[in-house]
Write a protein that binds this ligand. Structure first.
Ligand code: MRU
Length: 345
């Protein structure tokens, strides 16, 4: 388990480590309203697909607690509005919508039409989603550890660690799982411009937990691979289409191309909740465009003239570049359409 907490529920508040201030400051913030939680997701105080799923569920619970009515229909109407605000914060990670649907399912289950009971039920569901996420990541770690050889060097991109989930991590869960199975692993973390999740978050969390990590900038990947310094790549995912195409942090696609051309296995680790069975292929996944200041500025300092800027936050790795997808149930390889659909049979 990691030595810090990403998100938790306490005294009818949501508490999160502020990921915008890491690695220099380890600060926990308390959120009392769903609007504050929505803003935390938007501004990346919390980020990473499973973690924002947990935040969405807890944000909806927080909003529901504050709805001031005993009238069931009015209550449902208000919770629907809260859910719409929370799920509109970021478009790519499917976990946000998955969590919203899961909270709606509790309301529509017919378990109760009593507002006070339902408020408690929604709070419990948020906490259950967190606990399940940690357990799921541990299973991903156990399943994925088999693919990682002793004494290997694993490259990862962005942060798919404890900070990006309820705890433990998906890609970093595989690394933690391999370590717990007694294997010696070294990690190469890419910096991950423009938001620097690799440098600021992955390097911090691995170092804090005593897992050896070396940091490189994104443009060093090809060189490092060509020198035979990488045995496997493991990344997370924000959404996986039902054909196995993967949306993940911008730069993932380039790394997959380089891995393929160097014959290095490229693994994607993600919970089954990240698979969007309504999405036929990567081309149908919406790609978030973020503020251009993330590209033109570094830590608040302007580093570029006023020119046109692109800032897509994610890219699509085609299934042909993915050696295997590691889930909590099984490792799935080509043909993905069948393998991924078998996971939910
Ligand atoms: O923009 P971010 O930091 O939310 O992007 C995060 C990623 O791309 C992660 O790799 C992905 O969400 C998987 S996290 C287990």
């Amino acid at each position: 388990m990691s030595s810090f907490r990403t998100i938790y529920w306490q005294d009818n508040k949501v508490v999160m480590i502020d990921q915008t201030r890491l690695p220099n400051e380890e600060i926990y913030l308390e959120f009392e309203t769903y609007e504050q939680v929505a803003n935390a997701i938007k501004t990346m105080i919390i980020r990473g697909a499973p973690a924002i799923g947990v935040a969405a569920a807890m944000g909806i619970a927080l909003g529901a607690l504050k709805v001031n009515t005993d009238d069931w229909d009015k209550f449902v109407d208000e919770v629907n509005k809260i859910t719409a605000v929370i799920t509109a914060t970021r478009p790519t990670a499917v976990n946000l919508f998955w969590a919203g649907k899961r909270m709606q399912r509790i309301i529509n289950s017919g378990e109760s039409r009593n507002v006070q009971d339902m408020k408690e039920r929604l709070v419990k569901e948020g906490q259950d989603i967190l606990d399940e996420d940690i357990a799921t990541c541990r299973s991903i770690g156990i399943v994925g550890a088999q693919l990682i050889e002793d004494n290997s060097v694993v490259m990862t991109h962005c942060n798919a660690g404890a900070l990006a989930t309820g705890g433990y991590g998906t890609a970093l869960g595989v690394i933690r799982g391999a370590e717990e199975a007694g294997k010696k692993i070294k990690v190469i973390a890419t910096e991950t411009r423009p938001f620097l999740q690799g440098a600021r978050l992955t390097a911090w969390e691995l170092d804090k937990d005593g897992i050896p990590v070396s940091l490189i900038t994104d443009n060093m990947v090809g060189h490092i691979m060509s020198k035979g310094m990488v045995d496997a790549v493991v990344v997370g995912a924000d959404r996986i289409a039902k054909n196995g195409d993967v949306a993940n942090k911008i730069g993932t696609y380039s790394i997959s191309v380089l891995a393929k051309s160097h014959g290095i296995p490229f693994y994607v680790a993600a919970p089954i909740s990240t698979i969007d069975y309504d999405c036929p292929d990567g081309g149908s996944i919406p790609i978030e465009e973020r503020d251009i200041n993330e590209v033109t500025h570094i830590l608040g300092k302007k580093i570029a003239p006023d020119v046109n800027v692109y800032n897509p936050a994610f890219d699509i790795t085609p299934n042909a570049n993915v050696s295997s997808i590691i889930t909590e149930k099984a490792v799935v390889s080509d043909p993905y359409l069948k393998g991924l659909s078998d996971l939910i049979k």
